[in-house]
Design a protein around this ligand. Structure first.
Ligand code: ATP
Ligand code: MG
Length: 202
């Protein structure tokens, strides 16, 4: 089995996340994917995070039509920072016969060589990278080649980039601007009914 591991903060999950997972599932022949909202992202500045249960619930809604995809709260249940190597060690032990693929956007691939125990990550799993902007394709190829020289398997998924981030969504929501086409309508509903991101609870 080819098992995709898709980690992130998903605060909130948006159309870019869903589109990239659908594209990767097809083009990389993944049999199953686990989406893992993180508890404390190691690489992000400390800022207020929406409770993990809400982020996971929004993922359950947004990824409901993605085939063979499950939302997994394993990282949310761990202590301390959510280092990807710990997650990959866990799933490697749990599913020793599966080939793991860690799925990420290009911003993550570019900083990958700074990640905690990144060389071990390359031994535990392949990487699947999706471009987040038209400008970064050269950089991605360079990063991928450098990691291949270290023995890693890096797949660059050929998809049309969707330039969108949760940061932009949070700003829009706080300013009361429309997120049509950027968020799943049922996620928007969840956000509003729970009064998340400065929206007023209805
Ligand atoms: P933030 O602005 O809060 O960092 P984000 O949009 O980058 O949010 P994350 O939860 O940080 O979302 O990202 C989770 C994973 O999804 C990362 O690997 C990231 O690179 C990837 N990703 C996020 N947005 C996109 C997008 N528009 N296209 C492709 N990959 C994306
Ligand atoms: Mg991000």
């Amino acid at each position: 089995m080819r098992l995709g591991i898709y980690g992130g903060t998903f605060d909130p999950v948006h159309a870019g996340h869903v589109r990239m997972l659908k594209a990767v599932t097809d083009s990389c022949g993944l049999d199953r994917t686990l989406v893992l909202p993180d508890r404390i992202p190691p690489h992000k500045e400390a800022r207020y995070l929406t409770p993990g249960e809400d982020r996971a619930q929004m993922c359950r809604i947004a990824f409901r039509d993605c085939k063979n995809t499950e939302i997994c709260d394993w990282e949310l249940r761990q202590e301390g920072k959510s280092y990807s190597v710990l997650t990959l060690r866990h799933f490697h032990e749990l599913y020793p016969l599966d080939r793991l693929f860690f799925i990420m956007g290009s911003d993550m691939l570019k900083s990958f060589h700074h990640w905690y125990r990144f060389e071990e990550i390359l031994q535990l799993s392949g990487l699947i990278c999706v471009s987040r902007s038209r400008e970064d394709s050269r950089d991605i190829v360079d990063c991928a080649n450098a990691l291949r020289e270290l023995g890693g398997e890096v797949i660059i998924a050929r998809t049309e980039p969707l330039e969108l981030s949760s940061t932009e969504i949070r700003e829009r929501l706080t300013e009361g601007r429309d997120c049509k086409g950027l968020l799943d309508p049922e996620v928007t509903e969840y956000i509003k009914s729970h009064g998340l991101y400065g929206t007023v609870s209805q």
